[in-house]
Ligand binder design. Sequence first.
Ligand code: TXA
Ligand code: MG
Length: 312
Amino acid sequence: MSAPVLPPSDAAIARAADTLRAGGLVAMPTETVYGLAANAADGDAVARLYAAKERPSFNPLIAHVASVDMAQAQGVFSDRALALVEAFWPGPLTLVVDAAPDCAVSDLARAGLPSVALRLPNHPVAQRLLAAFDGPLVAPSANPSGQISPTRAEHVAADMGDRVDLILDGGACTAGLESTIIDARSERPALLRPGSLDPAEIERVWPGLVRPELDPDAPQSPGQLLRHYAPNARLRLNVTAPEPGEALLGFGLGDATLNLSQTGDLAEAAANLFGMLRQLDQAHDRIAIAPIPAHGLGEAINDRITRAAKTA
Ligand code: TXA
Ligand code: MG
């Protein structure tokens, strides 16, 4: 049976909060991608969430909060971490901090780590649900592990409709790529996953951003697992001239099957990426992607398409 897809009326939000209190799974829109929410404090609900996604349980989850106060009850923020909160919350920034002594986020959701990842999303439906639930909600992207993240309620219904209890429909996600994850526990901020917040913005508030050498055998973030965000079709990157039989996902001027951004706008390309990959994947076996500049949001876009292109 497929989960109901509900417009975010007050009644639907109340029903979703009740579902979460009962240990259920609710798909909710955020500004980045749709998340699959569960009560962060309920180990059984979190176990159900890992099972629904078929996600390896050594990959910890992000706990979403309704307020900065709720975040500070879960984690210990340095002054610099608080400066990032001040500058970018609500928004597509996840901060990894030391867990507070009374952190409610279950061990399973934290994969047994002494740290916790926290984010206050900038989406009215996510915020209303968090306020109604009145506690932290873990929410990985609402797709089977390794596949393309959903940016519309229809994507969630198609991929996960029979594995979740309820889907809140908040329309298309505006940012389209997952949050930027910063480890805020040290003297310098560390970029664990490039995402919808341009790293240059972080630098403005807390200079000295480090990009830890990624160790594929010891992922600090599942976004760092090599194959991820993957369509069924074979992908070829940095393509200027597609081969016969290839669909072209373009960027900037020129002919293409679909174009991430005619004007070469990286934010528009980020918002379009996952939806267009899905669309091409439905009709083509081979997808070529035009070169995407590496600066700004291009770092996150290139990260996602590089992982999507891995074949094993
Ligand atoms: O935009 C987003 O962040 C979306 C929306 C739904 O909010 N959520 C999302 O969650 O992408 P998820 O669970 O797919 O990504 C969690 C990321 C993983 O890369 C995980 O390794 C990292 O957060 N993470 C969680 N806890 C961590 C911790 N204590 N230390 C380091 N990384 C952590
Ligand atoms: Mg994901």
